[in-house]
Design a protein around this ligand. Structure first.
Ligand code: 5CA
Length: 157
């Protein structure tokens, strides 16, 4: 397993989670690719998206079927939001875009979890690399991330 995936595994274990990290030979870099690799719906893929609010990185966890309502995120995060560039996302989380996980970050950052994710029995999230994911119940994901639940989703039209 790659070092970045090992760091995610360590974070899961530290949180008391037994979820196995699954590595694929094909890409799981995007929600659509991850859904195809896993054999699930794109809605059950968790996107871990880094934004910047008043100069500080925050993480938004949303279903692969949705995009983030940035006006709503701005309301809950307390200021105007911009999308983090690749370097900022890596500096904030310790992982490259396409593998940014919901846990195991190198810096503590506020996390917001979209309420729509809680409707799924289980979801798949990135595990640190662009070909590794893990399966978790969304309520468990909420618990181990300490995320704030918010209505962040804009349904892709
Ligand atoms: N491994 C998958 C599924 S778990 C994954 O990480 N998906 S993701 O949605 O969380 O991360 C990919 C997202 O990163 C894309 O949706 C895209 O919006 C964003 N992204 C891609 N390239 C860049 C970039 N250069 N700068 C900022 N964001 C980017």
């Amino acid at each position: 397993m790659k070092e970045a995936a090992r760091r995610v595994e360590a974070a899961l274990r530290a949180a008391g989670i037994t979820a196995e990290i699954v590595e694929f030979s094909e890409s799981t870099r995007t929600a659509a690719e991850a859904a195809a690799a896993v054999g699930t719906t794109v809605g059950q893929i968790v996107k871990s998206l880094v934004f910047v609010v008043r100069g500080q990185p925050v993480l938004a966890l949303v279903s692969g079927a949705h995009r983030v309502d940035t006006a709503r995120l701005a309301q809950v995060a307390g200021g105007p939001v911009t999308r983090a560039d690749a370097a900022t996302a890596r500096a904030a989380t310790g992982y490259a875009i396409g593998g940014v996980p919901p846990v195991g970050h190198t810096t503590a950052l506020p996390i917001y979890l979209d309420r729509a994710l809680l409707e799924y029995a289980d979801v798949w999230a990135a595990a640190g690399t662009p070909n590794a994911v893990f399966n978790i119940a969304p309520a468990t994901l909420l618990r181990i991330t300490g995320a704030t639940v918010a209505d962040l989703a804009v349904t892709e039209g």
